[in-house]
Design a protein around this ligand. Structure first.
Ligand code: UD1
Ligand code: CA
Length: 459
């Protein structure tokens, strides 16, 4: 049985925030959600989150979310140290089997990778395993104290360490895994007789050694994996480290990033071959870019898919939309949820489209609002065209059939249909269906007032 205990009771005072620390985000996702997602990849039998400060908000953020079935929250109030925190989880831990293990993670160390955790569980055997690191500046960390045979003897906290111990630069990341039954026993024996008056989880190490249980160490593959967040500065630093890692993975997969330092992925990005992404783009949710897609600078794409060979030009937003191949979007286009752009279609500047189909080869190149419309193939939507889809109470659909031509500055008062090959003259306010193949217009006849003079300013 594998249990995972996630410590998330701390206040996070240095964040200077009303939001509980573990709900602060990295790559658009609460830190605790990163820890939970990575924990779930180990397929544990149980996950217990130890909450304290802001417990209600932390619990509310995860309960009822996908994958949260069987997630248990244990309250630690007041917070008396990391050992005391794990004690609160003990009643919920599952046991049964020789390889029973409990893995302890921190809610504010969000990016430790499943491979690193698997390695930690691997070196454990049936003993205790610590994730340690050798760092240039060990200030603040618990030090790993080894005996003459270089075996781990205990961990000493910075505040309890002697000068000789402070010189040790192998440090405790805090993450450890041990046999559940013995962990219970050791946690029952720790005291708070130390500089901070806390129950230290780290004290289980010396108890394991005394019980002749092997204590081994593993190291993270990358140093950013074990970075914790205690302040906005550390949050920002970890965000950049994680973005750099995601950029690195994409570059290795063959994606061109104009500048990997100006790239933000807050979700999942799936790319085909020869995709180009210019600077300053933000990707959220799940985004798919097929072969040869070109994304111009400063675009935002969220929950979107873009077909092969399509260009999304500068400053475009694509949100909950699908764009087929060989299409052109932007610059300055806005595709909202339910926009479905056909192959070779063009959506130009200051065009907003939502809940609408724009058929193959159709064009809306300038300044238009298309909402709740079904537009066929090879349709030309003129500049300034607006679907009046909302009567103040209900939404209505506009249908524009293949090969229609919609003149500039036209209002289509839905529900309304423009027949195949119909032409609407510029400035038309269409309130009834326009027949196929014919010219329809609604326009006040043009007049010129003979002899008219501009008014003269009163002196
Ligand atoms: C802890 C380790 C130290 C290690 C360091 C790595 C102990 C005694 N020390 O020190 O060896 O080098 O982490 O960052 O374990 N928490 C609770 N309840 C509590 C106390 C803490 O849930 O009562 C949670 C915190 O929210 C945090 C984590 O445990 O997520 C670590 O707590 P923190 O106070 O940061 O531990 P350190 O003193 O830094
Ligand atoms: Ca800490």
């Amino acid at each position: 049985m594998l249990n995972i205990v996630i410590l998330a009771a701390g206040m996070g005072k240095r964040m200077q925030s009303d939001l509980p620390k573990v709900l602060h985000r990295i790559a658009g996702k609460p830190m605790l959600a990163h820890v939970l997602d990575n924990a779930r990849k180990l397929q544990p039998d149980r996950i217990v989150v130890v909450t304290g400060h802001g417990a209600d908000r932390v619990q509310a953020a995860f309960e009822g979310q996908p994958g949260s079935d069987g997630l248990i929250f244990a309250l630690q109030n007041p917070q008396r140290g990391t050992g005391h925190a794990v004690q609160q989880a003990l009643p919920h831990l599952l046991e049964g089997g020789a390889d029973d293990a409990t893995l302890v993670l921190y809610g504010d160390v969000p990016l430790v990778q499943p491979d690193t955790l698997r390695r930690l569980l691997g070196v454990r055997g049936q003993g205790l395993a610590l994730l340690t690191e050798t760092v240039a500046d060990p200030t603040g960390y618990g030090r790993i104290i080894r005996n003459a045979d270089t075996e781990i003897a205990r961990i000493v906290e910075h505040k309890d360490a002697s000068d000789a111990e402070l010189a040790v630069n192998e440090v405790n990341t805090g993450i450890l895994a041990g046999p559940t039954t013995q962990l219970r026993d050791w946690l029952g024996r720790i005291t708070n007789d130390n500089a901070q008056g806390e129950y230290y989880l780290t004290d289980v190490v010396a108890l394991a050694v005394a019980d002749a249980v092997p204590v081994r160490a593993a190291q993270p593959a990358a140093s950013w994996e074990t970075l914790g967040v205690n302040s906005r500065l550390q949050q920002a630093e970890l965000e950049r480290a994680w973005q750099a890692e995601q950029a690195r993975r994409l570059l290795e997969a063959g994606v061109t990033l104009a500048d990997p330092a100006r790239f933000d992925l807050r979700g999942e990005l799936v790319c085909g071959r020869d995709v180009f992404i210019d600077v300053g783009c933000v990707f959220e949710g799940r985004v798919e870019l097929a072969d040869g897609v070109h994304v111009g600078p400063h675009c935002v794409l969220r929950d979107a898919s873009v077909g092969a060979g399509t260009r999304i030009d500068a400053y475009s937003h694509v949100d909950g939309a699908r764009v087929a191949g060989e299409a052109r979007v932007g610059p300055y286009a806005r595709l909202r949820p339910g926009a479905d752009i056909g192959p070779q279609a063009h959506v130009g500047n200051f065009v907003e489209i939502k809940q609408s189909l724009l058929g193959a080869g159709s064009k809306a190149n300038h300044l238009a609002y298309i909402g709740d419309a079904t537009i066929g193939e090879r349709v030309n939507v003129g500049a300034g065209t607006i679907t009046c889809n909302y009567d103040g109470v209900n939404k209505h659909r506009t249908v524009i059939e293949d090969d229609a031509f919609i003149g500039s500055d036209t209002q289509l008062v839905a529900p309304v249909t423009v027949g195949k090959g119909a032409t609407l003259a510029a400035g038309t306010t269409l309130t009834r269906d326009a027949p196929a193949g014919q010219l329809t217009l609604s326009r006040v006849a043009q007049t010129t007032v003979e002899g008219w003079q501009r008014p003269i300013k009163n002196s």
